[in-house]
Design a protein around this ligand. Structure first.
Ligand code: ADP
Ligand code: MG
Length: 240
């Protein structure tokens, strides 16, 4: 379980997260929606310790992410994160790219790492592309490779930050299908997305971010069909 309690985050004088509290249970899919600059990406970075916080706490399965004694590298193995774009190593094949982390971070043998990578690439539908180079993949295939790479670490949690935003519209579906599959398999996920129909369909709960706070939190039905706050309604009108 991810427990976020009254988190404040500043970048210099900029107060970016202003008291965010939220729990994400095992197996839950939580979508974060909201305007640009509302703090969604920063929130994800704080959850896996890529960014520090100034007040409050975040714990993952009871481990305080920002405590000095916490082994962040160890913690991050359990929290996969996929961004809008991931620059794969161009001189390595798709298979080799996905093998890297299990090899280097988990210390797996070459054979073990290869077996893991083959399995995860098959899982995201890239079983035919093992020997291809990343530059030969479509944008959607590259994003699925990035997801396979994260899954190769056997994470307990997956964080997705606008993973379809850089894609041509016709490639969005295949990446969302992959996320759908993971949610059906019971993966605990936080998904920052502009794809409102997708958020509505896969999420157990939706958090609407506005100016560094969770302005409204509820089931997809509550948020999309009967938002309680005018800011939520305005945002939805602007994107739907
Ligand atoms: P969102 O993902 O919702 O668009 P972000 O979390 O990226 O929002 O950004 C929230 C605010 O924090 C924005 O005002 C952004 O400019 C600022 N910000 C994000 N990252 C940094 C950084 N590394 N240094 C300074 N300001 C940042
Ligand atoms: Mg963002």
């Amino acid at each position: 379980m991810i427990e976020i309690d009254n988190v404040h985050k500043h970048f210099g004088t900029l107060h970016v997260l202003k008291g965010v509290s939220l729990n994400v249970k095992k197996g839950e899919v939580l979508s974060m929606i909201g305007g640009s600059g509302s703090g969604k990406s920063t929130m994800l970075m704080c959850i896996n310790g890529l960014e520090g916080i100034q007040k409050g706490s975040i714990s993952v399965d009871g481990i305080d992410v920002h405590a000095k004694a916490t082994d962040l590298n160890k913690l991050r193995r359990r929290i996969g994160i996929v961004f809008q774009q991931w620059n794969a190593f161009p001189h390595l094949t798709v298979l080799e790219n996905v093998m890297l982390a299990p090899r280097k971070v988990l210390g797996k043998s070459k054979q073990e790492a290869e077996a893991i990578a083959v399995q995860q690439l098959g899982h995201v539908g890239l079983g035919e592309k093992l020997r291809a180079f990343p530059s030969r993949l479509s944008g959607g295939q590259q994003q699925r490779m990035a997801i396979a790479r994260a899954l190769a670490m056997s994470p307990d949690y997956m964080l997705f930050d606008e993973v379809t935003s850089a894609l041509d519209p016709q490639l969005v579906g295949e990446v969302l299908d992959t996320l759908r599959m993971l949610s059906k398999e019971g993966m605990t996920m936080i998904v920052v997305t502009h794809e409102m129909r997708f958020a509505r369909e896969v999420s157990d709960r939706v958090a609407f971010f506005c100016q560094g706070q969770i302005h409204e939190l509820g089931t997809p039905e509550q948020i999309f069909d009967s938002p309680q706050k005018p800011e939520t309604a305005d945002f939805l009108r602007s994107v739907l």
